[in-house]
Structures are given as C-alpha cells and as structure tokens.
Design a protein around this ligand. Structure first.
Ligand SMILES: Nc1ncnc2c1ncn2[C@@H]1O[C@H](COP(=O)(O)OP(=O)(O)OP(=O)(O)O)[C@@H](O)[C@H]1O
Ligand SMILES: [Mg+2]
Length: 247
C-alpha cells in the first residue's frame, strides 16, 4: 500500500501571552492510499490543528511530515502553496464558496492556478466534477441559490477537481440536518469506494461506523487508532431515515 501521509512526532505549540498551549503533543501515524479515516475528539483536543497541519495550512513546531513522499517541513511557503493546491482537496463546515458565483466557477477555482490546464479543459473538468456529486442540473446556480447540502456538494466537487492525493474535511456535515448529512456521507463513501483517500474530522461519534479507520485525539495525543472491519452503508442508513415532513 502506498503511503500518502506520514507523521513523525508532530508537535504544535501556540504562544498566547505568557502561556504556551500544547495543541499537538507528539502525533505519529501513517495513512495509506484509499483509506477513509475519521478523526474524533472533544472540543480543543487538536483536531483542526492536526487537519491544518496535514493540509499544509499550518507548520508544526517540531516533527516530520511527509505528504506523498515529500517532506513538508523543508519547503518554502510558495512551494507549500503549490503542493497544497496540487495534492489536497479541502471541504469545510461552512462550505467556503465564493458568494454570487456559479457552481461551475467555484469548482474551476483550484485549476486557475494551474497554467497547464486550458480554459476549455478547466470548464469540462468542473462540469464533470459537479456531475459526479449529483449536481449536473445546478451548474449555473449561484451559491445563494442553493441549499446547504448542495453548497457542500459544490465544495466537494471543488475539492475533487484537481484530482488530489487526499481529501481533508473539517466537520463537513456540521451545519447540515441529519438527512442531508447522510446524503453527504453517501457521497464520501462513494469517493472511498472509488479509491480516494479521505480524512474526515468530526464531533459525531456515530460517523466512525461509516469510515474504514478511526483516530481519536485527547489533549493533543492519539489515544485510539482502530480499523473498522464492519463499515456500515450510509445509503442504507439514509433509506431507513423517516421522510421529511412536508408541511
Ligand atoms: N491559533 C491559535 N492560537 C492559540 N491557541 C490555539 C490556536 N489554535 C488552536 N489553539 C488551541 O489549541 C487547542 C486545539 O485547538 P483545535 O482548534 O485544534 O481543537 P479542535 O479539536 O478542532 O476543537 P473543536 O472541536 O472545538 O473544533 C485548543 O486548546 C485551542 O485553544
Ligand atoms: Mg476544530
């Protein structure tokens, strides 16, 4: 199995006034291609700090991070920005779409920084990504003309469009109702089935049943790392949910 992510004793301290906050206290793990990893832990346990590190949005205080075999620590800021753009797709709780901008334009965005992709190719790839998340009929809808679930689908299409090595999601279902959350989870399971590598941070302990591996953090430490041999089907869970009241 190809290693996509390798963390060796990652520490991240934040100085706040006189105090030092130890957000990550020595995290080590390896994630291989095709894994769907959920990361859990109580508020303040270090989940977002860890995800920001994995996403090259933040640099660790110490430790080694290899992303697809490349040491992130030794890179300059611009090099890291390129690596991030090419290797990582982000999905956030609040979607982070550009307002008053169509679905296609939002999804095209990560390709704008890639001069080897022509405008025609860019549009085609954006449309394909939107079709793959079930939004083929919403291509020209603007962000404010879509539901929360649809906006999150656009965000997922945007995360996919560069064909990244890994998709990072931080509370991607945090703003959505139960039914819509399961619809998004169905989509993540589809991506997993297609061989995508996914790291999904969540508060919701139930979601560990739908991923292939669960890592639990407490106070900046990994306190549990388990492989799930009985992955539940989000599609089945969705079908079993009571229908929304139409009143
Ligand atoms: N930029 C920062 N400056 C100072 N302290 C920070 C910073 N970012 C995070 N922290 C601290 O690091 C710890 C971990 O924060 P983090 O945001 O990673 O937690 P989390 O597990 O994502 O929590 P939540 O579930 O509430 O999102 C917390 O104690 C937090 O206060
Ligand atoms: Mg967080």
């Amino acid at each position: 199995m190809k290693k996509i992510i390798e963390l060796q004793n990652i520490k991240r301290n934040f100085r706040v006034g006189e105090e030092t906050v130890h957000a990550l206290r020595g995290i080590s793990f390896t994630i291989c291609e095709g894994e769907f990893v959920t990361i859990m832990g109580t508020s303040g346990s270090g989940k977002s700090t860890l995800l920001n590190t994995l996403g090259c949005l933040d640099t660790p205080t110490s430790g080694e991070y290899l992303l697809d075999g490349v040491s992130v620590r030794t890179m300059s800021k611009p090099q890291r920005a390129i690596l991030r753009n090419r290797k990582i797709g982000f999905v956030f709780q609040n979607y982070n779409l550009l307002p008053k901008t169509t679905a296609v334009e939002n999804v095209e965005l990560p390709l704008m920084y890639n001069s080897s992709v022509s405008a025609t190719e860019r549009r085609k790839r954006a449309i394909d990504a939107l079709i793959s998340v079930g939004l083929g009929d919403r291509l020209e809808h603007k962000s404010n003309q879509m539901s929360g679930g649809q906006m999150q689908r656009v965000a997922i299409a945007r995360a996919l469009v560069n064909n990244p090595a890994v998709i990072l999601a931080d509370e991607a279902t945090g703003n959505l109702d139960t039914r819509t959350s399961f619809e998004i989870l169905v989509l993540f399971q589809k991506l997993h089935a297609e061989g995508r590598t996914i790291i999904f941070v969540t508060h919701n302990p139930e979601l560990a049943q739908y991923s292939s591996r669960n890592i639990r953090l407490r106070d900046g430490h990994v306190i549990e790392d388990t492989v799930n041999t009985h992955i539940l089907s989000a599609a089945e869970a969705l079908a079993a949910l009571p229908k929304n009241d139409e009143d």
